[in-house]
Design a protein around this ligand. Structure first.
Ligand SMILES: Cc1ncc(C[n+]2csc(CCOP(=O)(O)OP(=O)(O)O)c2C)c(N)n1
Ligand SMILES: [Mg+2]
Length: 546
């Protein structure tokens, strides 16, 4: 067996069944391994590694297990970097194999050489490398373990071309069963006592809830103590948004009662959230004076914050241990939870905000919400249009929302491909801006080639809306530079790739067009023309744009 084939054999033994690649001659034997095992591992040939990395990221996010990305040397890994960074910021398991220069040429800036350890050092969870072909099965098994254990993340594996084409008799390693990371009993007791006596507690639920499949455990815990739960940025699927404990999403813009709730809280319980800058509004949410209980399976993350109790544990054992100790909530706590949930329901109800243009995205999302199943995977890109989805789509099921916490544009089209492969039985509906589509939209042809019926809605306001809003706010109207764009005919572009497409200019035309695009066998795209004045469904943002 060649080294490259040993990578594939080890991945198969570890249950990795999906790979994305732009092929390179530096890993021909890995490609040969994929070809020989085509019945067990689906290999998707992508057009650009950045798209491939986003596909692998969305797959890992929704499936809860990693996909593999194979890229060639410096140029391939450079292109992949945006998706690696996203997997890191979003705590998503992901494997990236980089075909490297021949070992004899290493370290001399040889053709396309990049030292992957230096390059990905601050972006990936780990960078592994070997020049010993016999070490490949162990290295690959290590990569899977590192990518998935504790706080998941992207792991890079650098293998020189000559090493992956050498022979090895090393045995393929099987995965080792792992036990849960159990919480310390004393810390659980202290946290439970604080939760039971708090008058106005608030839960922030984040990425590890989805990753560790802990939605039911979170819901039971919140219910046991009548705790209001806000979902961390872009993690709206942590629990059923219709549950009485759900109190809204921590988005860039906060709604008034949400701000008040945060300000008044006397205890913040962060569960499985790394407390990123958007979720915490640049840490201001953590400076209200309320003590913090932080539960996360990674000491490095816990050490970043000044918490009253920091619990290094997996979600399910921690939540179950806590729930068992909580005393029944009093009437005041139950009433508060209900009031906060009602505030969220009112906020996410369309009709409370009037659009300037002919397309009202609130009604569009509401229409979609009525048509698609709750199990539908919803994929959002960076960009202001995504705030309508965040405000008006009510998520009910776990693993149904994929969007970059990293804020990386270009996520949605490849993300929809990753989502469809992760959850093939479910529909995948992706929203993307005109700016985001132009970054990775060519992967539509990959969806055509792979026969994947993804639904892509391009919200085209012909501006980098989020940035234009910032220019307007900072300098006043008329100071736009580099933000006003000339859009192509996105429907024609999609047709050229072999997808079906339509153009919608009015809210009332959305429903019929959306129903029709869902009936298409392969991928389909809607070019939805929006108004650049409708920058976000919030007063301030909207007024900020001319
Ligand atoms: C890769 C990348 N480059 C730049 C940015 C900065 N950025 C954030 S939103 C945005 C504009 C997005 O435009 P579009 O996709 O059309 O969405 P809109 O805001 O207009 O709805 C830009 C340039 C980013 N987040 N990601
Ligand atoms: Mg735009």
């Amino acid at each position: 067996m060649k080294g490259g084939e040993a990578v594939i054999e080890t991945l198969l033994a570890h249950g990795v069944d999906t790979a994305f690649t732009v092929p390179g001659e530096s890993f021909l034997y890995a490609l040969e391994g994929m070809r020989r095992h085509a019945d067990k591992i689906r290999t998707v040939s992508v057009r650009q590694e950045g798209g491939g990395a986003f596909m692998a990221e969305a797959f890992g996010k929704l499936a809860g297990r990693p996909a593999a990305l194979f890229v060639s040397r410096g140029p391939g890994s450079s292109n992949a970097a945006i998706g690696v960074h996203t997997a890191m910021q979003d705590s998503t398991p992901m494997l990236v194999f980089v075909g490297h220069v021949n070992s004899a040429s290493m370290g001399r800036e040889s053709f396309q050489e990049i030292d992957q350890r230096a390059f990905f050092g601050s972006v990936a969870k780990a960078v592994l490398a070997t020049e010993d072909v016999d070490a490949i099965p162990a290295l690959t098994a290590d990569a899977v373990r590192l990518a998935t254990e504790g706080r998941p993340g992207p792991v890079i594996v650098q293998i020189p071309r000559d090493v992956s084409s050498s022979d090895t008799d090393a045995a393929v390693l099987q995965p080792v069963a792992r036990s849960d990371r159990a919480p310390e009993a004393q810390l659980i007791e202290r946290a439970a006592a604080m939760i039971s006596t708090a008058k106005r507690p608030l839960v922030i639920a984040g990425e590890m809830i989805s990753n560790q499949d802990a939605s039911p455990a979170l819901t039971e815990f919140a219910d046991a103590a009548a705790l209001p739960v806000m979902s961390a940025y872009r993690r709206l699927d942590v629990m059923d948004n219709g549950h009485v404990c759900y109190a809204g999403h921590l988005e860039i813009n906060r709604f008034d009662s949400q701000l008040q709730t945060i300000e008044e809280s006397d205890l913040v319980i962060a569960i499985g959230s790394r407390l990123d800058g958007i979720t915490t509004a640049d840490d201001t949410m953590l400076s209200t004076g309320a003590p913090l209980i932080h539960i996360y399976p990674d000491r490095t993350v816990l050490d970043r914050f000044d918490s009253a109790v920091a619990i290094d544990a997996d979600m399910k054992p921690a939540l179950a241990a806590l729930a068992a100790l909580l005393s029944a909530p009093d009437a005041a706590r139950r009433a508060r939870r209900e009031a906060l949930h009602n505030e969220f329901l009112a906020f996410s109800q369309p009709g409370n905000f009037t659009a300037y243009g002919d397309v009202d995205l609130a009604r569009v999302i509401d229409t979609m919400d009525r048509i698609v199943d709750q199990e539908t995977s919803i994929i959002t890109d960076a960009g202001s249009f995504s705030r309508w989805i965040h405000r008006y789509r009510r998520f009910a099921k776990p693993h149904t929302k994929a969007g970059p916490m990293s804020g990386a544009m270009g996520y949605s089209v490849p993300g929809a491909i990753g989502a469809k492969l992760a959850r093939p039985e479910q529909e995948a509906v992706a929203f993307v801006g005109d700016g985001g589509f132009m970054m990775t939209g060519q992967e539509m042809v990959t969806a055509v080639e792979q026969g994947l019926p993804i639904r892509v809605i391009v919200c085209d306001n012909s501006v980098h809306g989020s940035i234009l809003a910032g220019q307007d706010k900072t300098f006043g109207a008329g100071h736009d530079i580099a933000t006003v764009l000339r859009s192509p005919d996105f429907a024609a572009v999609a047709r050229a790739y072999g997808a079906e497409a339509c153009t919608v200019r009015r809210t009332d035309d959305f429903e019929e067009a959306f129903r029709a695009m869902r009936d298409v066998d392969g991928p389909s795209l809607m070019h939805l023309i929006t108004d650049k004045r409708d920058i976000a469904p919030y007063g301030e943002g909207r007024e900020a744009v001319h």
